[in-house]
Design a protein around this ligand. Structure first.
Ligand code: PMP
Length: 304
């Protein structure tokens, strides 16, 4: 998908024209994957555009940076102001935001200590990422395992480790599936390439914990809260591949994806897709992000 250009990008403290936010070919982060990122959504609400769970995304960016030993020159409050300024300047009602900090141009080599940190925020008009065809997507269990936490920590949303997701996604797409399901090094279910996974059986909602190598997803957390508020029993616990094969409903979720039902995993069709619990959660999620449900307005940072 070509990125639809907006007018400006926030780049190390100032708004610059979209085409001027460029990096040098010898930037450290390009060579060694030394970067951290966040994908966040702005949704149109009755009171104007609002960023969904911005503090949580910015805190995760800071946690990711800490895990990979990168010192961010901007705090959460600075980045909050910058985000609002950018979305206003670009005039977006509904967009995707990419916060990105990486080691820039200066020194070359594995020693990261002397490279400068560059920080950018970009916003662009939102278009869905995964296909949302009839009844949901198809998943294939990947031959690639999720990154071992003692090799590169999957809990850090860092650029280098995404090669793992890219390989898994390519393999699944080449085989005719929409998305890959990754197992952790121990063989338990971890997550998809850019989404957390949920299974429903006998009305109970289950999702793997971060110790399974899954990112601590903000949408995952949102859905756990919404489910509890709907009176659905939730369990964050280890899941086997066979737990997913035996599920009544499966869905994946993430900021970019939203809530997407799975209609088949490894060619095993789910009995119902989208299933009733998935449907209720999808509705509750829409109501939360759009500000329609007043119980979750504290999750919205207004831009207007
Ligand atoms: N897992 C991975 C690997 C991801 O890249 C993402 C997207 N950030 C998610 C899960 C979902 O996280 P979130 O709901 O915070 O977008």
């Amino acid at each position: 998908m070509a990125i639809p250009e907006a007018s400006t990008i926030w780049w190390n403290g100032a708004l610059v024209p979209w085409q001027e936010a460029r990096v040098h070919v010898l930037a450290h982060g390009l060579h060694y994957g030394t970067g951290v990122l966040e994908g966040t959504r702005v949704f149109a609400t009755a009171d104007g555009p609002a960023v969904f769970r911005l503090p949580e995304h910015l805190r995760r960016l800071h946690r990711s940076a800490r895990m990979i030993r990168m010192d961010l020159p901007y705090g959460v409050a600075d980045l909050t102001r910058a985000t609002v300024e950018l979305v206003r300047a670009n005039g977006h009602q509904d967009c995707y935001l990419r916060h990105f900090a990486f080691l820039g141009y200066g020194t070359m080599g594995i020693d990261m200590r002397h490279s400068p940190v560059d920080v950018s925020i970009a916003s662009w008009e939102w278009r869905g990422q995964l296909p949302q065809g009839e009844g949901g997507i198809t998943l294939k269990t990947s031959s690639w395992r999720r990154n071992d936490p003692n090799a590169v920590p999957p809990a850090a949303k860092a650029t280098g480790p995404y090669l793992n997701s890219v390989l898994a996604r390519r393999e699944a797409n080449d085989a005719g599936y929409d998305e890959a399901l990754l197992l952790g090094p121990d063989g338990a279910v971890s997550e998809c390439t850019g989404e957390n996974v949920f299974a429903v059986r006998d009305g109970v909602l289950r999702t793997p914990p971060s110790s399974a190598g899954a990112l601590e997803g903000i949408t995952q957390d949102t859905l756990l809260t919404l489910a509890r508020d709907l009176g659905v029993e939730v369990r964050v616990e280890g899941l086997l591949r066979s737990d997913l094969y035996a599920a009544d409903e499966l869905f994946v979720c993430g900021t970019a994806a939203g809530v997407i039902p799975v209609r088949a995993l490894d060619d095993r069709a789910l009995p119902e897709s989208p299933g009733p619990v998935t449907g209720r959660l999808r509705e509750a999620y829409r109501a939360a992000v759009s500000g329609a449900d007043p119980r979750y307005r504290h999750w919205l940072t207004p831009v207007g």
